[in-house]
Write a protein that binds this ligand. Structure first.
Ligand SMILES: *[C@@H]1O[C@H](CO)[C@@H](O)[C@H](O)[C@H]1NC(C)=O
Ligand SMILES: *[C@@H]1O[C@H](CO)[C@@H](O)[C@H](O)[C@H]1NC(C)=O
Ligand SMILES: *[C@@H]1O[C@H](CO)[C@@H](O)[C@H](O)[C@H]1NC(C)=O
Ligand SMILES: *[C@@H]1O[C@H](CO)[C@@H](O)[C@H](O)[C@H]1NC(C)=O
Length: 500
């Protein structure tokens, strides 16, 4: 072995050069020693061993040589071109590796006695150009080789992202067995066999087995959970938070909605990198009060999907909390849900009660300027910067004929997959005519900006800027006082010095 190593080193260009510098053309023995020393230090570095001395040399030399010196095994045999006939050459194509995963599992949830949802990402071209299939299998915990139960059913595949996917698209696999499985708490595993069905390369029919869900014996305590009244009235499912967010805007948003939705509400916030230290400070008091659950999903950034895998996240949230809330709301943190004063509607509870026969209702948008601010007679321009965003950004874009996005809420027990602007996979009715009862104010982009949003201070109640007409709508400004008092009452003054 000792003999071999210098030879290997001399075959290697970089190492030979290095030896040349060190040894300055010395005797062969000297070369051998320094070569070994060099090799030794390389190995030491790699393995975090203390750097070697000459005394360590023998030990060191017994290490296997670096793997780079032996060529790695090639898995697939390379196909060469073949001359079939004079003038006809059959060309061959050799594929290496794989460009996108067949399936990336995020989560799987039980949705009753015999039904499950498996949520993940899958190669988008695979779904565009082929028809990958999914087979669901329930393996009872107690299954033995003799009592080889084979409970298998075709998975129903839902693609909820409207074709927005990039390298990856979102897949929800609905596994529904014809009878309850593991319902007695005896435990078991849900496997999903994902087959490419010739997508990618028709020469290969790849089938991967996904270990989707494991229930240990006794972990499923009662199926009544799926029938019981939900713990919450309202649950907010957020899109993944990303970028350099304004702590003050997040502070306003959470206080406003905790006040709006009330005690029987909960907020699930997904952090894709946007919850930095200062934003965390704003969320912490609400987490401690039990209003907020934070999910760290930063790992999703490894997989290139639409907008930080927004569609994946909302489907995880839907299925994770599906049986815990009567209503589930989907909107963003630069949007504020508004219900007209209690006198006319009886508050949000009476509004959602009035939609109880619907599985879903959509919510219209009021588009607010994110840079024009209103300065009325009582305002001091020097102090406008201390006002909350919803107090100063009161110019509403009233341009006609523009299609504006909607947001929505659902009764999630009747929903099987969901999107960003509405769900298209549900049982029951949807109502869109909700204007007058519930709406939302949209302050586009203000959440991901750390500087003062006011670029222009205006004092007129309507204004036309670059062809866009605006009118002052002070609804949210008027709501701010109560929200500030609510925040103070709930969590005290800890957030009074929050920065933009
Ligand atoms: C799967 O689909 C069926 C039929 O649409 C539905 O009843 C069931 O609740 C769904 N399961 C899940 C977990 O979404
Ligand atoms: C497993 O099956 C055997 C009979 O096949 C039964 O006696 C035993 O209680 C079962 N164990 C569990 C944990 O269900
Ligand atoms: C299990 O059943 C499915 C169809 O129900 C069949 O395609 C599959 O080959 C069976 N597997 C085993 C291991 O018996
Ligand atoms: C409104 O603003 C304009 C210029 O920005 C100023 O000239 C005018 O005096 C203001 N009017 C009132 C009533 O403050």
């Amino acid at each position: 072995m000792m003999k071999d190593e210098p030879i290997q080193i001399q075959n290697h260009k970089d190492k030979k050069m290095f030896i040349g510098v060190v040894c300055n053309g010395g005797a062969e023995l000297k070369l051998l020693v320094s070569a070994l020393l060099f090799l030794c230090s390389i190995i030491s570095l790699f393995q975090f061993f203390p750097s070697s001395s000459v005394g360590d040399l023998r030990d060191c030399a017994s290490f296997p040589p670096p793997s780079s010196t032996t060529p790695p095994l090639v898995k697939n045999k390379k196909l060469e071109d073949v001359v079939v006939d004079t003038g006809l050459i059959k060309r061959n194509f050799n594929g290496y590796g794989s460009a996108a995963y067949n399936f990336i599992l995020m989560s799987a949830y039980r949705g009753g006695g015999g039904t499950f949802a498996v949520i993940g990402l899958s190669s988008k071209p695979l779904h565009l150009f082929s028809k990958p299939t999914y087979v669901c299998q329930w393996v009872p915990y107690n299954a033995t080789n003799n009592n080889n139960e084979n409970i298998t059913v075709a998975g129903y595949k839902i693609l909820p992202d409207w074709g927005y996917g990039r390298v990856y698209t979102v897949v929800v696999v609905n596994c529904t067995f014809p009878f309850p499985v593991g319902e007695d708490g005896s435990g078991g595993r849900l496997l999903v066999h994902a087959s490419t069905s010739g997508g990618g390369d028709s020469n290969f029919y790849v089938s991967d087995t996904i270990d989707a869900l494991t229930e240990t014996p006794g972990s499923l305590t009662a199926l009544q959970f799926f029938e019981a009244p939900p713990a919450y009235e309202y649950l907010y499912c957020g899109s993944p938070l990303y970028g350099n967010l304004s702590p003050q805007r997040v502070r306003e948003w959470i206080a406003y909605h905790a006040n709006l939705f009330g005690e029987k509400s909960h907020f699930v916030i997904y952090d894709a990198g946007g919850v930095e230290a200062e934003v965390m400070e704003v969320l912490r008091p609400w987490i401690e009060k039990g209003y907020v659950t934070l999910q760290d999903v930063k790992e999703e950034e490894r997989f290139d999907g639409y907008y930080h895998n927004q569609f994946l996240i909302v489907n995880d949230c839907l299925h994770r909390y599906r049986f815990m809330t009567k209503w589930m709301f989907f909107f963003d943190v630069d949007e504020f849900i508004f219900v007209p004063k209690e006198e006319t509607t009886g508050g949000i509870k009476s509004v959602t009660d009035s939609f109880s026969e619907y599985t879903q209702f959509t919510i219209t948008q009021r588009t607010m300027s994110n840079k024009l601010c209103y300065l009325d007679d009582n305002d001091n321009p020097g102090k406008i910067y201390r006002k909350w965003g919803i107090e100063k950004m009161v110019y509403m874009d009233t341009k006609r004929g523009i299609r504006r996005d909607r947001k929505y809420a659902v009764q999630p027990r009747n929903v099987f997959a969901t999107g960003v602007h509405m769900s298209q996979n549900l049982k029951g009715k949807t109502i869109h005519k909700t204007d007058g009862k519930i709406t939302y104010y949209h302050y586009h982009g203000t959440i991901s900006e750390r500087r003062e949003p006011c670029r222009r201070l205006l004092n007129t109640t309507d204004v036309n800027i670059d062809g866009t007409p605006y009118v002052v709508d002070t609804t949210m400004r008027e709501a701010a006082g109560a929200v500030k008092r609510f925040e103070l009452r709930m969590i005290g003054p800890v957030l009074q010095k929050t920065h933009q």
